[in-house]
Design a protein around this ligand. Sequence first.
Ligand SMILES: *Cc1c(COP(=O)(O)O)cnc(C)c1O
Length: 474
Amino acid sequence: MKSGYHLEADEFRRLGHQLIDWIADYQQKVETLPVLSQVKPGQVRSLLPAAAPEQGESWGRIMADVNRIIMPGITHWQSPNFFAYFPANSSGPAVLGDLLSAGLGVQGMLWTTSPACTELETHIMDWLVDMLGLPAHFKSSQSGGGVIQDSASSAALCALLAGRERATQFSGNEKGLRAPLTVYASSQTHSSIEKGVKIAGLGKENLRLIPVDDHFAMRPDLLAAQIARDRKEGFLPCFVCATVGTTSSNAIDPLPAIGSICRQEGVWLHVDAAMAGAAAVCPEFRNLQEGLELADSYCFNPHKWLFTNFDCDCFFVRDRAALIQTLSILPEYLRNQATESGAVIDYRDWQIPLGRRFRSLKLWFVLRHYGVEGLRFHVHQHVDLARQFADWVAASEHFELAAPRPLNLVCFRHKGGDEINRRIQERLNQSGALFLSHTVLNGRHTLRLCVGQTHTALNHVQKAWELIQAAAQD
Ligand SMILES: *Cc1c(COP(=O)(O)O)cnc(C)c1O
């Protein structure tokens, strides 16, 4: 007689092996599946029962429904023909690391709740500082340190809160906000900054969107002028977000000029390199982050372009004390000797939630499996493929480049106007052969081809170019 309803260890072992087989089969065939899911709104739900099952069901039935209900509703981010948005990488070592994290099921909110969860994270964040050529003060052995957040949005919010608190001598948290604080980003900055401004209670009206130059990069002269105007009118500037690799076009804001303004003004500078930051694993691309030594905080997402599945954002600060003072709480039930001794890091004070999972395991597996050499090889290859594609576009009679191509994103369009570009995109995406997304640059519909999916190779990019040209013909 069974004493409960749990999956017994031996049964778990058998089913787990089956599921790994299923995932490996998926990886092998994903290239042949239509990239963009073609289901209609409500279609997935219409196949699900109205209520949860009263009695447990067999594993066979569950997996049959994965195949029947779930898979048609999947857009295949892991297809090498996925060129839309930015990539959301996954890889074998990352999946296995995440599985191990789930199996251990630890909560890493305090050092003492799983010392390995904290210490591995601190250690590999220090590795990354060297691997990516980041400023040494981002290391835990110096004034700063790194922490893994769920997303670049959360990293930006933490940075914004720390900037707000530093500008108010940490009185904002205690007494509420008195002075009207202002925040600066470019018109191309990711929407997470606007969201952060709302969440931080600063008011969207106090977010200043600084215009950009011909290359869609922030104009530092206009930033300086806006800060001066705001100071004169009694505002308290507290935070600037600069971007290395904007979401729309991969524009690179001029960090040296923006950084020196922030230093002069005593304003927190956060640098968002969500996708492009991974490129710094290759020394030849590190010029793009020149000036980063002037930043107070920095983030990039291995879950975009460093073969580590979501969620994994690496967030670094120059002065960890400012971040901790902003986010620290200590209720009685979390008091413990290790914390009181001051000898350990408690990452709950470096993020918004209390609880945290063992995210560093998957990143550790990735770093150890690929080695720095392997990561460099694949990132470099993606950039080469994007360069190749951009060359084809530039040489073509009917298409043109719409923005500079610093790395792996090509912004381009058919010369025939918005209508034909929309038609090309829709045709290709409906066909399932590949998935492209778009942006609007200088008021014109612009196609984006981002090379960064883990398994994208020359043949996929070649095929994409052929299909794009064919789709332009009537
Ligand atoms: C993708 C992206 C973000 C948002 O990333 P999340 O991790 O999903 O929050 C922020 N900034 C830039 C530049 C991005 O490309």
